[in-house]
Design a protein. Structure first.
Ligand SMILES: CC(C)(COP(=O)(O)OP(=O)(O)OC[C@H]1O[C@@H](n2cnc3c(N)ncnc32)[C@H](O)[C@@H]1OP(=O)(O)O)[C@@H](O)C(=O)NCCC(=O)NCCS
Length: 324
């Protein structure tokens, strides 16, 4: 792909490699980003910011900063995992946030990944960009866009009423021995599903293993929270048929990082019961609210969440690029 992606920067604008900067240079922007995550999504971004600082100071973070008149106005970074690139974050300071500036940063991280012969796929979920439903993007002819919803539930108001489970199941609190059956379950639950187009880890058991490993070890989606994480087992076969994974994203806020049920037992109240138990456990742990993200076109899931009382408070895009 020979096309130049960078829109011409304005005369006072410069796109600078993050490896030329230190975490101290980025600090005002990171402070604003931490405050923004807290105010808008009730998430504590501090642990993610700490990882950014650490990798910046090791000069090991791939990405760019947008510098104007000597001040950093935005940044974006990416990580490479085997043949896949992931845009980890893209944030522009509120007083200068424009689609043009965000696109300059998006282009600056897409370009090296798309030009890298090892990289055949790029994924991104950009929760902090301008939420305009229609916007230009660099290389729009190559990027697929999926609408995602950020949803939130006020646990102090939620009824969390029991439903009728029309399938003999037993629920178990998370144990590390669930990791392997859960990886098989995730791959089965997402076979042919739209979310497998957004995150290719859902497509195979090996990918689902990596997804689970990351979610348990790393703070990107909050700190994995075992006491509110449940698996459902089919009584007759003893096999795992659903999971609801949770994390803590701020001292008083929980998050549903994953919920899925195998196709054979869907529509029987298992998903609702898993979700309800996780939300009750989060509330018992002192959480005021719970959040989750969902693909807008995933109506089964959106209907379930709305029925429980979740409301969409933000729309954000997921972009995917696939090479040849
Ligand atoms: C979303 C999912 C977990 C729901 O699990 P489930 O066990 O089928 O859900 P339930 O049977 O508890 O359904 C709960 C409610 O959701 C709604 N619902 C379920 N399927 C629906 C459908 N096909 N159309 C419309 N609404 C539906 C109904 O309101 C239903 O209430 P009811 O029990 O009164 O009929 C399941 O469909 C799934 O695993 N999907 C694939 C993975 C996925 O999309 N996960 C969510 C990612 S954010």
């Amino acid at each position: 792909m020979a096309a130049r992606l960078h829109p011409a920067p304005a005369p006072n604008q410069e796109v600078v490699d993050l490896q030329r900067l230190s975490s101290r240079d980025l600090e005002p922007l990171l402070s604003e980003e931490i405050a923004t995550w807290r105010a808008e999504l009730e998430w504590d971004f501090e642990k993610s910011a700490e990882l950014v600082r650490r990798f910046m100071d090791l000069r090991a973070l791939n990405g760019s900063a947008l510098v104007e008149d000597g001040a950093i106005k935005g940044y974006a970074y990416y990580v490479l995992e085997e043949s896949k690139g992931l845009i980890g974050d893209l944030f522009v300071r509120r007083d200068v946030r424009t689609v043009e500036r965000e696109n300059a940063l998006l282009a600056s991280v897409l370009e090296p990944m798309m030009a890298n012969p090892q990289i055949v796929r790029v994924e991104s979920q950009l929760m902090m960009i301008e939420p305009a439903l229609v916007r230009d993007t660099p290389q729009s002819e190559w990027l697929r866009r999926f609408e995602r919803n950020f949803m939130r539930l006020d646990l102090r108001q939620a009824a969390l009423q029991e439903g009728r489970v029309r399938q003999p199941i037993r629920l178990g609190k998370w144990s590390d021995s669930f990791q392997e059956p859960a990886a098989h379950l995730i791959a089965a639950a997402y076979a042919g599903h739209i979310d497998g187009q957004i995150n290719d880890q859902y497509r195979t058991t090996a990918g689902a293993r990596r997804f689970l490993y990351n979610i348990v070890q790393y703070p990107g989606c909050g700190a994995f929270y075992r006491p509110a994480t449940y698996a459902a087992f089919d009584i007759a076969s003893g096999r795992m048929c659903g999971v609801s994974l949770t994390s803590i994203v701020a001292a008083d806020c929980g998050h549903i990082t994953q919920i899925c049920v195998i196709p054979q037992v869907r529509g029987k109240g298992v998903g609702h019961e898993l979700l309800r138990q996780s939300l009750v456990a989060l509330r018992d742990a002192g959480c005021r609210s719970a959040s989750l993200t969902v693909t807008a076109a995933n109506l089964e899931a959106v209907t379930l969440y709305e029925r429980v009382g979740f409301e969409t408070i933000r729309h954000f895009p997921a972009y995917v690029w696939e090479g040849f």
